[in-house]
Design a binder for this molecule. Structure first.
Ligand SMILES: Cc1ncc(COP(=O)(O)O)c(C=O)c1O
Length: 438
């Protein structure tokens, strides 16, 4: 692989310690299957499917070819009072994968855009139904819903909100669902459904009639994989119904086979009113996200406007970009053809056994996992986040890429991972988490 001198001064990296990065850059230049290669040509196994994006593995030719063809046929089409047939085709195919009754799809380019769009759709719906006073949102401690202003307000990872309080909106947070007693639980914890009653308490305190929607990740991904206790999501559904609050599942990480079904909603048997998705929608190859809503939500908004104007005053230049649509259609084709959601479900027991083999290592405080996503909570370092950063960097040196958040590692390889590659990934984790000099 060619090595060129790189001037790193000008690109301000997101969610990165830029000073540290400049001292010890960790880069990828090439990817295929479940492997990256550094600019020096060193191989690195991908233990986090990129950023939970590349569920079908890297370098999928079907996607590359569809994108190339689409660029030559229709490289761009505006979607304000115009459209291209391909976006309707994608929305129809997506609807077939979604839970019954959720079949109206709005497109954006990132998970953050999907979350903020979902918030606006919830507000528009309540206004259409004659309840414009429902302007408050509920989310959960440790939740991650992207970084736009709505998502920043919903953020339960407080570090993502702290510096921006001047521009955030009205959100009340429920408690997260993790506690010490659940350490080393594989799958859903038995206890904890009662924590959903926080929503009821919030309704009593603030008035349920002031709340537009409650946003949760079915499995809290970015914080380090917190699996919902049995019955928790069902209870949230009941309370939301009781108070007329929309239930929104942010499936940006859990969508497209990560839990063993197309969506976590189906896996856990709870149907929300609104769902957000992104990442694996295009296998990460082209930015794209979607908000899917129940038929009656879209109908209520559209029917409420009689004037000659757009019903939803919201949209993006790149909403339903034809090239992203082509990438998504090719990706959905791969999931179908290769049976990848089923494959993920079949691989899950071996994957979780591998994760739980780390249990007694000196750097491990807790292990959590479901389907093809897991969280490895590290023993605390000198300062919060120091251990996570050190472990993530050491793993890269040893040949494994993972996402770390604070002192948690999120291990979630592609649904295409072969068993021998999975074993290699676990061996690297064992080596690094078994060392005492971190
Ligand atoms: C649950 C959830 N929502 C929203 C987002 C934001 O997505 P993006 O980074 O594409 O804006 C993420 C990103 O990880 C996520 O995990």
């Amino acid at each position: 692989m060619t090595q060129m001198p790189i001037n790193m001064d000008h690109h301000w990296l997101p969610f990165t310690n830029n000073k540290l990065f400049h001292k010890e850059p960790q880069m990828f230049q090439k990817a295929e299957g479940v492997r990256y290669w550094t600019p020096e040509g060193r191989e690195i196994l991908d233990g986090s499917s990129g950023l939970f994006t590349c569920a079908a593995g890297h370098g999928r030719k079907e996607i590359a070819e569809a994108v190339y063809k689409q660029l030559l046929e229709l490289d761009y089409s505006p979607h304000f009072q115009r459209a291209a047939p391909i976006s309707f085709q994608l929305a129809e195919e997506l609807s077939a994968l979604l839970p019954d009754g959720i079949d109206r799809v709005f497109f954006g380019s990132s998970g953050s855009e999907a979350v903020d769009s979902a918030m606006k759709i919830c507000l528009a719906y309540h206004k259409a139904k004659g309840e414009p006073q429902r302007t408050r949102f509920v989310s959960r401690a440790w939740g991650y819903h992207g970084v736009n202003l709505g998502g920043t307000s919903l953020a339960g990872m407080v570090g993502n909100r702290r510096d921006f309080s001047g521009i955030t909106c009205d959100v009340v947070h429920m408690r997260h669902t993790w506690n010490e007693d659940q350490r080393f639980t594989k799958g859903q914890p038995d206890e904890g459904a009662h924590l959903a009653d926080d929503l009821e308490e919030i309704c009593k305190t603030y008035g349920g009639e002031t709340i537009a929607a409650v946003f949760v990740e079915p499995i809290a991904g970015s914080i380090g994989t917190i699996v919902p206790p049995k019955g928790y999501l069902q209870r949230l559904r009941q309370i939301a119904d009781k108070y007329g609050i929309l239930l929104v599942f942010d499936e940006v990480i859990t969508g497209f086979g990560r839990t063993g079904k197309a969506f976590a909603s189906q896996e856990f048997g709870v149907t929300p009113d609104v769902m957000t998705m992104a990442k694996a929608l295009t296998n990460g190859a082209v930015p794209m996200s979607a908000v899917a809503v129940k038929t009656e939500i879209q109908k209520a908004v559209i029917d409420s406007i009689s004037a000659d104007r757009p019903e939803l005053m919201h949209g993006y230049t790149y909403s339903a970009h034809p090239v992203a649509c082509a990438a998504a259609l090719a990706t959905l084709g791969i999931y179908r053809k290769d049976g990848l959601f089923e494959r993920g479900a079949q691989l899950s027991p071996k994957f979780l056994d591998g994760v739980f083999s780390l249990r007694n290592l000196p750097q491990v405080h807790d292990l959590r996992g479901y389907g093809m996503i897991s969280g490895i909570q590290l023993t605390p370092g000198e300062t919060p986040g120091q251990k996570g950063s050190a472990v993530q960097r050491r793993l890269y040196s040893e040949g494994l890429h993972v996402k770390a958040t604070g002192d948690a590692v999120i291990f979630a390889p592609a649904l295409t991972t072969e068993e021998d590659d999975l074993e290699k990934m676990v061996e690297i984790l064992q080596k690094v988490l078994g060392s005492s000099d971190l």
